[in-house]
Design a protein around this ligand. Structure first.
Ligand SMILES: C[S@@+](CC[C@H](N)C(=O)[O-])C[C@H]1O[C@@H](n2cnc3c(N)ncnc32)[C@H](O)[C@@H]1O
Length: 430
């Protein structure tokens, strides 16, 4: 692979960009093979260098823009390009929205759905991202903090990021300083940052447990920056608190939840509110019983529990414990039941679901093939699918439709501005 990349590296070509790939890179053809060229737009003519080759496709980088698209705009962020966070800041708003919508339309059409089910894209503004996972490393004695470039460990050191909420933005500089004692030269770490109602909750992931001096420095940093909590975790291990100044809390349907360190939250409050409202709007009249699968800490379970009894299923035990503690504290334990379960290995079966009125499911990017197959064999009248991947949403919807459901509508929600990613909410009924 490395040899190919070097050989390709010598090669310069002139290319016309024919479209955009699924993740937002420009797409050209060379000798009948696709070439992915970041920061280019359809219709543009570029001089490019081929930098590598993988899976029958070339990757390249632009050396000169020979003919620019009329849809090209000035990227607002100085880090755009090398930073792995954004792909499409150089794309004007209207064609950008069309392209995002087109991603969903194509995914649906590939599974045989009519484009008529597609509703208009709802956009969430930049500057609203309250959850982010940063990569960190130490190189040449300097601590670098930012987003990894896709499929690479190259890290662009960020001093600002237009995606983040102001509170997370303001934390970048002091955080970089505070992490200095945590990583040795060349070591890689991650920082999961969640902005909660009680302040920022940070979970640092690094190979070595911080020594006493590093822990003291991190506790001082938490104090100086008024963090709610800071924790440390080994990769794929259990998090331990370093300093908790206030319990971090988020509110779902008005109920306070204390998420575990590094917990999944919807990336923006506005996106969360939009999805929650859609789910509530889709509830069938008189619904009394339902299930929330891939429930996380209860983002949708708790608002749903105001209207019906909900069984919440989630694979992460810490998230399940957080949801259950919140439900009990809010006197909702009679309306909510919880279960820690791996839904890929052990999907909730039709006989467990039947008798319910609605199922909400919100799997990770890989989708919920096994759970969709079980749902397809159930008699649940209304299914609401949330997804961050148009391909797997369309696939799972197709599985449900083979079992007798109709896909009624799909709404794309752009809560990942300037990236190739999208959130979706879909309504299915039998
Ligand atoms: C996209 S998140 C959605 C969480 C929640 N609905 C929310 O909006 O906050 C997907 C969730 O699925 C959980 N998950 C991933 N794989 C799983 C599996 N095999 N079984 C059960 N849950 C799983 C993750 O822990 C995560 O909480």
């Amino acid at each position: 692979m490395r040899r190919k990349a070097r050989r390709g590296g010598a090669r310069q070509v002139e290319l016309t960009i024919e479209g955009l790939g699924a993740l937002g890179d420009g797409l050209a053809k060379l000798e009948g093979r696709p070439v992915f060229l970041p920061q280019t737009l359809p219709g543009e003519r570029v001089r490019a260098r081929i930098t590598g080759e993988r899976g029958g496709a070339y990757r390249g980088e632009i050396l000169e823009l020979l003919e620019a698209s009329a849809d090209r705009v000035e990227a607002p962020c100085p880090h755009f390009g090398p930073c792995g966070g954004c792909k499409l800041q150089h794309f004007a708003a209207a064609p950008y929205e069309d392209w995002k919508t087109q991603q969903v339309r194509q995914a649906l059409q590939r599974q045989g759905f009519s484009p008529e089910v597609l509703r208009p894209l709802h956009r969430v503004a930049a500057g609203s991202r309250r959850r982010a996972v940063f990569a960190a490393t130490k190189a040449g004695g300097r601590l670098l903090l930012g987003f990894n470039q896709r499929a690479s460990h190259r890290l662009v050191d960020l001093d600002s990021c237009l995606l983040l909420t102001p509170a997370l933005q303001a934390l970048l500089a002091p955080l970089r300083q505070a992490l200095s004692g945590l990583l040795a030269e060349g070591e890689l770490g991650d920082v999961a940052a969640n902005e909660t109602a009680e302040g920022i909750d940070l979970c640092l992931v690094s190979p070595r447990s911080p020594d006493l001096a590093a822990r003291e420095a991190l506790a001082t940093f938490a104090e100086a920056n008024d963090l709610a909590r800071i924790s440390w975790s080994p990769p794929r291990g259990e998090a331990e608190p370093i300093a908790q100044r206030r319990p971090p809390r988020v509110f779902f349907g008005g109920v306070a939840v204390e998420p575990p360190p590094g917990a999944f939250l919807q990336p923006s409050l506005e996106g969360e509110a939009f999805l929650t409202q859609r789910i509530l709007d889709y509830l069938p009249d008189g619904a009394a019983r339902g299930a929330d699968l891939y429930a996380g800490c209860g983002t949708f379970t708790l608002p749903l529990a105001r209207h019906l009894r909900v069984h919440a299923v989630e694979g992460d035990e810490a998230a399940v414990a957080a949801l259950w503690a919140a439900a009990r504290h809010a006197d909702l334990s009679g309306r909510i039941s919880v279960e820690a379960r791996d839904l890929a290995r052990q999907p909730v079966l039709p006989e467990e679901l039947n008798g319910g009125d609605v199922v909400v499911f919100d799997p990770p990017r890989a989708g919920a093939r096994e759970q969709a197959e079980a749902l397809a064999a159930s008699s649940i009248p209304t299914v609401i699918a949330i997804s961050c991947n148009p391909q797997t949403l369309a696939r799972d919807a197709a599985i449900l439709c083979q079992g007798g459901y109709d896909l009624i509508e799909v709404t794309p929600l752009d809560q990942f501005p300037w990236t190739g990613h999208l959130e979706l909410v879909a309504l299915l009924r039998r």
